[in-house]
Design a protein around this ligand. Structure first.
Ligand code: AMP
Ligand code: MG
Length: 347
């Protein structure tokens, strides 16, 4: 299959959106930008079109898809009940990087939901995403447009790297604003449960509806036999080719430890890199040091791009600084821990 690559400029948006919508209506696959990461879109009410998403990504069939809506009316077609706390959070955070889990209506194929009776729904704020959904006339299933298990794509080039020849079209709308996937909240529980942390933080949600809890899979490695509530969270994720190790502690201790590990690796012929705050860039003795910027917010935006950059230069090991697990730091640490397979050195 030849993948058509279209870059948006100020004049061609409508033409490209219409072309993409025609592909989607015929059951094809189109990758498009959202404010979180690039999504791989298909008609979310067409089981056969969604099957192609699983095939292109190599995604296990029990890992359900998120349906993306372009206006709030579409929500009422695909879910059966919307609890009051969900309504309040929708008023506050949609359109935006928040996904809700609801009981699904009959028009949503069960294969799109990994066989569950619930459906995940998001209303993105990105203008291209909204226009594309409305032009297609149906909710779009749109998981991250990467090969399953790899870092999510935050630039169209990342999508091209993973999906070229496997999908019909890629719309290049530039770099994603947040760079980290949406916050997923299960609204089928009395107290809403965060299944995946994102840019809409627990603190922001609690300001609107009071108590919210994290699913255990958000912050720790589950033991054998334990099941996360979001089926996708049990799979290996965000994994670059290199071994990632997190080093946690005071800056002084972290720098000392990482530099000693780097010199050991160097002696053993390994190519090792570092991910750190901008202000610490000069403190590490490696040629391969990538910056997170200076906050968890900037780290979220560049994390997946950094992981892919290390792959491009075939790094063997990456040592990473850590962040406080509050606000957006929770989402960044969740992705970092998964990328590292929970290998953390406390110093
Ligand atoms: P992705 O869109 O690939 O970034 O991932 C979507 C995430 O949403 C996966 O971790 C899924 O397991 C989760 N998810 C989607 N639908 C549901 C659902 N009905 N219940 C729980 N988790 C879901
Ligand atoms: Mg994904």
């Amino acid at each position: 299959m030849i993948t058509c690559f279209e870059k948006l400029d100020n004049n061609n948006t409508d033409e490209i959106i219409n072309k993409a919508a025609r592909i989607l209506k015929k059951g094809g696959l189109v990758a498009f930008p959202t404010e979180t990461v690039y999504g791989l879109g298909a008609n979310g009410l067409n089981a056969e079109a969604c099957r192609k998403i699983y095939e292109a990504k190599g995604r296990p069939s029990d890992n359900p898809l998120i349906l993306h809506i372009g206006d709030i009316k579409q929500l009422y077609d695909i879910v059966v009940d919307i609890p009051d706390n969900a309504k309040k959070l929708i008023d506050s955070f949609w359109p935006g990087p928040m996904t809700g889990i609801f009981n699904k209506s009959n028009i949503v194929p069960s294969s799109v939901c990994g066989g569950l009776n619930t459906v995940a729904v998001r209303f993105p704020s990105n203008e291209t995403a909204k226009k594309l959904i409305l032009a297609s006339g149906v909710p779009l299933a749109a998981p991250s447009a990467n090969t399953s298990g790899k870092p999510s794509p935050t630039k169209a080039e990342h999508v091209q790297h993973d999906m070229n020849g496997k999908i019909d079209m890629i719309i290049d709308g530039g770099e994603c604003d947040f760079g980290i996937e949406s916050t997923i909240i299960d609204f089928t529980e009395k107290i809403p449960v965060i299944l995946r942390p994102g840019a809409i933080t627990k603190e922001m949600l609690e300001n609107v509806v009071g108590k919210i809890v994290f699913d255990k899979a958000v912050y720790s490695l589950l033991s054998e036999g334990e099941k996360p509530k979001a089926p996708g969270m049990k799979y290996k994720h965000y994994a670059p080719e290199a071994d990632i190790v997190l080093v946690n502690g005071s800056t002084e201790n972290v720098v000392k430890k990482i530099n000693s590990l780097l010199s050991e690796d160097f002696k053993n012929g390994l190519k090792s890199g570092v991910m750190c705050r901008e202000s610490n860039l000069k403190l590490y003795n490696s040629k391969f040091v990538l910056s997170f910027g200076n906050s968890a917010d900037t780290a979220g935006k560049v994390l997946f791009d950094n992981l892919r950059k290390f792959d491009d230069i075939s790094i063997n090991k990456v040592y990473s600084e850590t962040f406080d697990e509050s606000n957006v730091g929770m989402a960044v640490m969740n992705r970092l821990k998964k990328a590292a397979g929970y290998k953390i050195i406390n110093v």
